[in-house]
Design a protein around this ligand. Structure first.
Ligand code: NAD
Length: 239
């Protein structure tokens, strides 16, 4: 299979794409949820109840991120953007920012990003690097309100949904990497793409829950499989 420069390409990634960068996924053995209850650290109610505990969790995630680098799967996806340019969109459920670090520009971070936070009182957005994280509950420099991570929690509406639905409908190729296919609405976009006649491709360490919507499934580690696939998809194409 070969892509042309006119093909519209959408890549959707999940926690699995960052596993080889040393970041834990949620559901694999050893994943984050073994040590924390999701409702405590990933819900507005959990934050209302104990913001210091939730901040402790996210500060640990930030610490983990300090040394994390993009892996060959991230760079393969960057290569796809370089190839398809404006016909490329990357949708990620990840909050780790590693796609941006790999150089991707056309990224829709549907679950927000760990390197940003926002004020619950005045709604000002801050880069984490601008914030004093030493208090148990960091506060807004402008109004003194409580800051929360700019991360989409359970029960909240993900970002960019209309745009993601649009690019999914328009896609010629819809490629999903490193996601269990369990978390909605992310898991539904492949269905939209398939209904709109895209070729749908999945690269994952195990069969995703929504396997039925994929035309092709490559089982294994994204960092090992994806670079070869991308080279094959774009390799022979002449300008
Ligand atoms: P998930 O943990 O539910 O699923 C990850 C999937 O990746 C699994 O199916 C697993 O088999 C697969 N996988 C693991 N290692 C892999 C590898 N090396 N190559 C290919 N596949 C691999 O994660 P999810 O589907 O993204 O959904 C969970 C939610 O957790 C998301 O909303 C996401 O925002 C959040 N999350 C983000 C990060 C991050 O930013 N790095 C990390 C953990 C969780």
């Amino acid at each position: 299979m070969k892509f042309t420069k006119d093909d519209k390409i959408v890549v959707l990634t999940g926690a699995g794409v960052s596993a080889e960068s040393g970041l834990q996924t949620f559901r694999d053995a050893g994943g984050l949820w073994e040590n924390y209850r999701v409702e405590d650290v990933s819900s507005p109610e959990g934050f209302d109840k104990n913001p210091a505990f939730v901040w402790k969790f996210y500060k640990e995630r930030l610490k983990q991120l300090e040394n994390a680098q993009p892996n060959p799967a991230h760079f393969a996806i960057k290569k796809l953007e370089d190839f398809a340019k404006d016909n490329f969109t990357l949708v990620t459920q990840n909050i780790d920012g590693l796609h941006r670090k790999a150089g991707n520009k056309r990224v829709l971070e549907m679950h927000g990003a760990l390197d940003r936070c926002r004020c619950l009182k005045c709604n000002e957005y801050w880069l984490i690097s601008q914030v004093d994280l030493s208090p148990d509950i960091p506060t807004c420099e402008k109004c003194g309100g409580i800051l929360r991570p700019d991360v989409v929690w359970f029960g909240e509406v993900p970002y960019h949904l209309n745009e993601i639905a649009k690019v999914s409908r328009e896609a010629d190729y819809f490629i999903v990497v490193g996601t269990s296919g369990v978390v909605y609405p992310a898991a539904m976009f492949v269905q939209i793409a398939k209904d709109s006649k895209a070729t749908t491709i999945c690269v994952n360490k195990e069969e995703p829950a929504n396997l039925v919507f994929f035309d092709e499934f490559y089982k294994g580690k994204a960092g090992e499989i994806l670079p070869k696939l991308v080279d094959e998809w774009i390799g022979e194409v002449k300008e």
